[in-house]
Write a protein that binds this ligand. Structure first.
Ligand code: SF4
Length: 515
């Protein structure tokens, strides 16, 4: 079991820090499709740089290392109880070493267990089979994309698409709608797994199962093969693009599975996965516990270092119309009102992290620091303390901002906050507050946790650590932290614009395709 535990540790580290070859190829294809000089191209360049840095640093690709889910097939006679213990020990070790963020929270008390263990965490599912080796697959799926999963009960009416009936064409409409509703909030461009049939829980299970299929495989069921191809051809026409910035690449992969259902129910379940598609697998020798083979490693690898050289060369040619503005907090209202949607900002100075727990807390407490003119960063970083007691940010990308929508505008006004950084954009209430108060929303590149960790030059302090590492308020000194203005103080929102135009584009898919 000692060897098996080490194998599981290696699997966790590899999954968290290195994207498999099939995913890398899909990202490279998306990058090739994107037009140089656009915001989407810039976002993809950052993503590629981030992948490269995670490879080199053996650090988490994204700070949200998700809910670890293991799917294991074992020959008869293998001791599953001991395997579970070994996996849990490997999870604790990986968390201690900063390869996983402490992500397991008591749903009633909100307390973070600190070691990624808890009721039902990690998820470990066993199945017996007749092969003589153990097959272990692991997926680390973060909250931003998990929150964009969606389930349809057919027949139903879909925004932009009309009625979706209980047939292949109805399923087609549901999948298109699933891509549309995700917008950039699940860190597009994304991969989707679709489960047709089952009940509410087995449908989702089937959808997630599809995410374990290689990106380049071909569906053996002819109708589903056609549907998968159709989605890959057409979903990108919605123009949502990387991070929801608009652009050519919205969908990186689509895998569809089917199971029986009862006559009264017809569910289509969609599991959305961000570009940081961290799933890996190994074959294990049951006698020794050693890894015999790594999965998802077939085919050509992508040399992202070369891709980066090309991107830099293109960027040099592209300076174009984009305004690049340096910001040093505290910011004045006047400074912020000069910013417009589309501007790129480079921040140097101290910024403060704050996500769900901090926003709820600030509604009826004083802030632990003077936030007047300051910048709040929606981020739950991976932090490690060194032997001298100093904290270091190991991964620090943005988290989904829309969760803070009920609080954000009020907090900005109450404390004089001038800017928030996050990803995926915010809603009408925040947009109104930005206008009234003089504030701005800055979209960082979701999942680019290494890229942003590199901008953090020191951790100057922390407050409210009792909320747990991801939820605490970290004071981060950053240099050249780059983000895009996507909501400004003049009532403009890139997110609103992209949502509107993608809804219009969705209407072109209203007519039946599969009879
Ligand atoms: S890339 Fe985005 S959606 Fe995916 S885990 Fe990271 S923050 Fe969440």
């Amino acid at each position: 079991m000692e060897k098996f535990q080490q194998s599981m540790y290696d699997l966790i580290v590899e999954t968290s820090t290195k994207l498999p070859k099939d995913v890398r190829r899909a990202i490279a294809r998306a990058k090739a499709r994107e037009n140089a000089g656009t915001r989407a191209a810039m976002a993809l360049n950052t993503i590629v740089e981030n992948i490269q840095m995670a490879d080199e640093n053996v650090s988490p690709i994204c700070q949200d290392t998700g809910l670890p889910t293991f799917k294991i097939k074992v020959p008869v006679g293998v001791n599953q109880i001991e395997m579970k213990k070994a996996i849990r020990a490997a999870i604790v070790e990986a968390t201690k070493n900063g390869k996983l963020r402490p992500n397991s929270v008591d749903s009633l008390t909100g307390k973070n267990s600190g070691d990624n263990l808890g009721e039902g965490v990690p998820v470990i599912k066993f199945e017996q089979w007749e092969n003589d080796y153990i097959d272990v697959r692991l997926i680390l799926k973060g909250g931003g994309c998990e929150n964009k999963n969606i389930q349809y009960s057919l027949p139903c009416e879909l925004e932009g698409l009309g009625r979706a009936g209980r047939d292949l064409d109805g399923i087609r409409k549901c999948i298109l709608h699933a891509v549309y509703q995700a917008q950039g909030q699940g860190c597009s461009a994304g991969f989707i797994g679709v489960g047709i049939g089952g009940d509410r829980s087995s449908g989702y299970e089937l959808a997630k199962e599809q995410l374990f299929r290689p990106v380049d495989d071909v569906n053996p069921i002819e109708e589903l093969r056609q549907l998968e191809e159709y989605m890959m051809e057409n979903a990108n026409k919605l123009g949502i693009g990387t991070m929801g910035f608009g652009g050519e690449s919205t969908l990186l992969g689509c895998k569809i599975g089917v199971m029986h259902r009862i006559p009264a129910s017809f569910f289509v379940s969609v599991a959305y996965n961000c570009w940081a598609f961290r799933r890996m697998g190994v074959k294990i020798d049951p006698a020794t516990g050693e890894i015999i083979e790594w999965l998802y490693q077939d085919g050509e690898d992508v040399d992202f270092a070369k891709e980066l050289e090309k991107a830099e060369a293109a960027a040099a040619l592209e300076q174009g119309d984009t305004r690049v503005i340096d910001l040093v907090p505290p910011l004045s209202e006047e400074q912020v009102r000069q910013l417009r949607v589309g501007d790129v900002v480079r921040i140097s100075g101290v910024i403060y992290t704050g996500r769900d727990a901090i926003h709820k807390y600030l509604m009826d407490h004083d802030a632990p620091v003077d936030l007047n003119g300051q910048i709040i960063y929606h981020c739950g970083p991976v932090m490690l303390k060194d032997e001298e007691g100093r904290w270091h940010a190991k991964a620090a990308g943005p988290t989904t901002s829309i969760r803070e929508e009920p609080y954000q505008g009020d907090i900005m006004k109450k404390f004089g906050v001038r800017a928030v950084i996050g990803k995926g954009g915010m809603g009408a209430k925040t947009l109104q507050a930005l206008k009234e108060h003089g504030g701005v929303y800055l979209n960082a590149i979701g999942g680019a946790a290494q890229y942003y960790a590199d901008c953090i030059k020191s951790v100057e302090g922390v407050d409210l650590l009792e909320f747990g590492i991801p939820e605490a308020m970290w004071h981060l000194r950053v240099e050249n932290f780059t983000a895009v203005v996507t909501m400004d103080s003049h009532g403009n929102s890139l997110h609103e614009d992209v949502e509107k135009s993608s809804l219009e584009k969705l209407a072109q898919f209203k007519e039946p395709v599969f009879k």
